[in-house]
Design a binder for this molecule. Structure first.
Ligand SMILES: Cc1cc2nc3c(=O)[nH]c(=O)nc-3n(C[C@H](O)[C@H](O)[C@H](O)COP(=O)(O)O)c2cc1C
Length: 173
């Protein structure tokens, strides 16, 4: 049995989690209302969270409870606005994965970003990030930072069920 557990603020991780659960015939669980003990009954866990300032939303659930059961398999998908680069993958792994999760594959998917729909707090945070970045010399800016800022002020949506194919391949093996 497989569980897809997700945490999503603006809905893109939720969309991916729903598509995935449907394709796999898996249980769909919301991070906020899942109890760690409940995860024991599954042989495969797939966790998805939106990326916020380099952190995968809700990932602490796994830090506290994985491995939940002997022989349990885990995969993580992280949904962000910036496209994947070797550097962004490395940064995401080092910030979010514990040694117990080292074997788990990390899938990076592009979600959506709409400045018009953001909470005031998130818009302020994005403004702050932009101000900091504007001050950074061009050559010191990281690839994902440049990418994020190139999306400034617009509404973009990259969610596509086709992006889930690598996760489906992993889950079905
Ligand atoms: C305050 C804020 C910080 C963000 N930080 C990042 C980031 O560090 N890297 C990235 O790729 N995307 C970042 N994003 C974009 C989100 O990850 C993207 O919108 C994603 O689709 C959100 O998924 P969710 O709606 O399921 O939570 C950020 C968005 C906001 C509002």
């Amino acid at each position: 049995m497989t569980a897809v557990i997700y945490k999503s603020k603006y809905g893109s991780t939720k969309r991916y989690a729903e598509w995935l659960a449907e394709a796999l015939g898996a249980d769909l669980l919301v991070r906020e209302s899942v109890r760690a003990e409940r995860l024991r009954q599954y042989d495969t866990l797939i966790y998805g969270g939106g990326i916020y300032a380099g952190g995968i939303a809700g990932i602490s659930l796994l830090k506290n409870c994985f491995p939940a059961a002997e022989g349990q398999r885990l995969a993580v998908f992280a949904v962000g606005a910036a496209p994947e680069t070797p550097e962004s993958r490395k940064a995401l792994l080092s910030k979010n994965f514990t040694p117990a999760m080292a074997e788990a594959p990390l899938f990076m998917l592009r979600g959506a970003m709409d400045f018009g729909k953001m909470t005031l707090k998130d818009r302020m945070m994005m403004n702050l990030m932009k101000k900091m970045l504007d001050k950074k010399p061009e050559e010191e800016r990281e690839e994902w930072e440049k990418n994020l800022m190139s999306l400034w002020g617009r509404a973009s949506d990259w969610c596509d069920p086709a992006n889930l194919q690598p996760i489906l391949n992993w889950a079905e093996n």
